[in-house]
Design a protein around this ligand. Structure first.
Ligand code: UD1
Ligand code: CA
Length: 467
């Protein structure tokens, strides 16, 4: 088998997206568009993987390097068309002889199995070039595949250059091809920009190769949705929705209960145990892991977090944190990054937790902020407790040991340690450590003025008479 090198075309600005974000960095079902073609080519055993970038080169390169370091970057300084983009990669392939696989970065639904098929077909048929085509109901916006009476491909005509009868052709070019390297680069040198967009079209290579007697073949995808190219926001949203639904269905096959797949947003690389119920309007981002028998949502947003089993999370945001088993989170809780919530914990309404360890069996029921704190086991935090963790310069630690009972409406001024099994009185501002087994009380003593009301009334009546 010949060696295969891939070229991903990603230099275009994506004008039709009408966005300041480069097209290929737009999230598709939560992850940047370009990641799909990177993952796909990464899953194949390829001799070389090249990405052609242009518009916002550095920004996209950085984004790619954060997820994939095994690619070569080519800078297409001016975006003069898809043929020009492939040509920009030529200097990186001078020592390469084999098959060039070309993929656009805006086709995220493309499957690795389809790529395998086109490569195999290209080799078996000993073609100079092989196209991947699709038959669609709405060919608008795509290049049309023009065939002769014998059914052989004779050229690809771009939408803007079609004759009226060509416009009706419903077989389209997917923008995915295999070429023999030598013939490809020879043909590219002959491409001209004599077309409606004044661009160097890669699609012209087909006609050029045929004119010199080379063989061009094609295969057609079974499901045309697979080669949907994203050029505008509408298609982006449709493709994202489709991926989310597919992901939900894949989890359902493994025994996850998804109440409404159309209203559930599970990104790639999410693990969920069987018997877990995912309620509507839940977003779970790539890399999250959830155990079995949980109830997540409605309205849960889990960002890169790990959740144990039998845990419930309602209407809450959990970011880059770990939550144990048999715990209850929400409604309206915010677990901020680097928090660890152990087993059997209750985090209730309007509670914010940041960079905090919450020990087993601890309860934080209502209206509380815990930041930079370490809580032991079986702690009870009263409503309205606030850790005063920031002194304007640095973040300070609050330590609450096992079995502590913090009364309602406490301000715990860090650094501070509340010793094992101790209590703090409601309404206290705790500025010093509380020893184990003690009561910390830090509030003004209550005074009652008896008979105050009748005295006040009398004073008011006298004032009326004076008027
Ligand atoms: C292209 C094809 C069209 C096909 C469609 C499939 C051409 C001329 N047309 O059209 O036949 O039906 O894809 O989706 O090839 N790019 C560069 N450098 C450039 C121009 C584009 O790297 O100078 C990249 C883009 O970033 C994009 C890809 O090439 O990832 C395709 O470009 P795009 O402008 O989206 O082409 P289409 O008009 O969709
Ligand atoms: Ca496109």
């Amino acid at each position: 088998m010949s060696a295969v090198a891939s070229i991903i075309l990603a230099a275009g600005q994506g004008k039709r997206m009408k966005s300041t974000l480069p097209k290929v960095l737009h999230p598709v079902a939560g992850i940047p568009m370009v990641s799909y073609s990177l993952e796909l080519t990464g899953s194949l055993n390829l001799a070389k993987r090249i990405v052609v970038l242009g518009h916002q080169f550095e920004r996209i390169k950085e984004a790619i390097l954060s997820v994939d370091r095994k690619v070569l970057f080519v800078h297409q300084k001016e975006q003069l068309g898809t043929a020009h983009a492939v040509q920009a990669a030529e200097p990186y392939l001078t020592d390469f002889s084999g098959i060039i696989l070309i993929i656009s970065a805006d086709v995220p639904l493309l499957k690795a199995s389809t790529i395998q098929k086109i490569i195999t077909h290209h080799q078996r048929a000993a073609n100079s070039g092989t196209l991947l085509t699709a038959r669609v109901k709405h060919p608008e916006g795509y290049g049309r595949i023009i065939r002769n009476a014998a059914g052989e491909v004779i050229q690809i005509v771009e939408e803007g250059d079609t004759l009226p009868e060509q416009r009706k052709v419903n077989e389209i070019n997917s923008g995915i091809y295999c070429f023999n390297s030598k013939e490809l680069f020879q043909a590219l040198a002959q491409v001209k920009k004599d077309n409606s967009q004044k661009e160097y079209y890669l699609t012209d290579v087909i006609r050029i190769l045929l004119e010199k007697g080379s063989s061009i073949g094609s295969i057609t995808v079974d499901d045309p949705v697979e080669i949907t190219g994203i050029n505008d926001q509408q298609t982006l949203s449709q493709v994202s929705q489709l991926i989310y639904e597919r992901n939900a269905l894949a989890h359902m096959e493994e025994g996850v209960i998804v109440i409404s797949p159309g209203n559930t947003f599970l990104e790639q690389r999410v693990q969920i145990g069987p018997g877990t119920i995912i309620c509507p309007f839940t977003v779970i981002t790539a890399g999250s892991q959830i155990g079995s028998g949980c109830q997540i949502g409605p309205y849960a947003h889990i960002v890169e977090s790990k959740i144990g089993s039998q845990t419930r999370i309602f209407s809450s945001l959990v970011e880059k944190s770990r939550i144990g088993s048999n715990s209850d989170i929400g409604p309206f809780a915010h677990i901020r990054p680097e928090s660890i919530i152990c087993d059997e914990v209750k985090i209730g309404n309007f509670v914010e937790i940041k960079k905090t360890l919450v020990g087993e069996g601890t309860r934080v029921g209502h209206l509380t902020y815990l930041g930079d704190a370490v809580l032991g086991k079986q702690v009870n935090i009263g409503a309205g407790t606030i850790t005063c963790n920031y002194d304007g310069v640095r973040k300070n630690r609050t330590t609450i040991e096992d079995g502590v009972f913090i009364g309602s409406n406490n301000a715990l001024v860090a650094p501070v340690i509340i010793g094992k099994d101790s209590y703090t009185a409601a309404g206290s501002t705790i500025t010093g450590n509380v020893p184990a087994q003690s009561l910390g009380i830090a509030r003004a003593k209550q005074e009652n003025i008896t008979g105050w009301v009748s005295k006040k009334k009398k004073q008011n009546e006298n004032k009326k008479i004076e008027k």
